[in-house]
Design a protein. Structure first.
Length: 333
């Protein structure tokens, strides 16, 4: 398919030397919807997959018509912009929705590229559309699930806080402690919600980490954090950082320094085009063994896979009674 696309992106003056019957045969084998438009966006050719998707039995009925007419009104601004960019010599990619011949709404990822003559003049426009309905529906399902999880987490922590404070009513000595616990639970709830929504925006790293560790403090006890004030990350990297910080925090509460009210440090710095984060935690020999045993667990495996997907490196090490975890990933400055 890549060869087909490169072929179509050649100048038309070169393409006409190829047997037209063979060229049409090759394009008709593609499972993508391929169209060749004129310089002003009129339809000159649609391959067999495209005609099938559009339920076109007689090509003459659409030949010469503006490509925009095949799209619903709400999708046409995107189509018009893509055509304008192609006319300016730029390639682009858009996502747009259209109802198919069966009345079902389908989502398409459409690449739009200029076809240039040997002298650089625009001879036509190539569009390649791929059905991504399943991908979009999965993406929307994941958003819905994340919203539901945030709602349930808030409810769970709210109920837990209510139980704690109700249990202390009538006990003047226990009430201040109960209120402190309820406040910590509220911080944990916020931290967990941020973990779920981290992928939805760009973050200043100080804000992201501050939110993630807010329930565990940054004073003499708890998690101390500091780093480059200008460091920012996109949503994908934020999800990775949130996952790593969350997993390390949970493990420390279960087995490590936070369990025994010992401080943990989390720092970050820019090193050229890379962002370097480091978690340092004092551990006993027994705790180190437990942490190292966790490197074969599902949490460590998930962190490693996500780091690889983000072209990042993720490493555990121990030295001088400390657990040292390093995460290096491309920076957004």
């Amino acid at each position: 398919m890549a060869d087909n696309i490169m072929l179509m992106r050649r100048s038309l003056s070169e393409a006409v030397k190829i047997d037209q019957g063979m060229l049409r045969y090759v394009l008709d084998q593609s499972r993508d919807c391929i169209k060749i438009l004129g310089p002003t966006g009129e339809i000159n050719y649609i391959n067999s997959e495209g005609r099938c998707a559009l339920a076109i039995t007689n090509f003459s009925e659409v030949c010469g018509h503006p490509w925009q007419t095949l799209w619903p009104e709400e999708s046409r601004p995107k189509i018009n912009e893509a055509i304008a960019r192609a006319q300016a010599g730029e390639s682009s990619e858009i996502e747009a929705q259209r109802v198919d011949s069966k009345g079902e709404a389908k989502w398409w990822r459409v690449s739009v590229s200029p076809l240039l003559e040997g002298n650089g003049e625009l001879a036509g426009i190539l569009t390649i559309s791929r059905d991504i309905t399943d991908h979009v529906e999965l993406r929307e399902s994941e958003k819905t699930l994340a919203m539901e999880m945030r709602h349930r987490l808030r409810n769970a922590y709210t109920i837990a806080s209510a139980i704690v404070t109700q249990s202390a009513r009538g006990d003047d000595q226990a009430l201040p402690f109960a209120e402190k616990v309820a406040s910590r639970l509220a911080d944990v709830a916020l931290s967990q919600a941020r973990l779920l929504e981290a992928g939805e925006k760009h973050w200043a790293l100080a804000e992201l980490i501050g939110t993630l560790v807010s329930a565990h403090g940054d004073g003499a006890l708890g998690i101390r954090f500091a780093g480059c004030a200008d460091a920012t990350v996109d949503g994908h990297k934020a999800m990775l950082i949130a996952l790593v910080v969350g997993e390390l925090t949970n493990n420390s509460i279960k087995y490590g320094a936070l369990r025994f009210n010992r401080p943990v440090s989390l720092s970050w710095a820019l090193d050229g085009s890379r962002l370097f984060l480091q978690w340092r935690e004092p551990l006993s020999a027994e705790s180190i063994e437990r942490f190292l045993a966790r490197t074969s667990g599902s949490g460590y495996s998930l962190m490693t896979r996500m780091a690889k997907a983000q072209r990042a490196t993720f490493e555990y090490a121990t030295a001088s009674g400390e657990l040292i975890v390093s995460l290096k990933l491309p920076a957004n400055i």
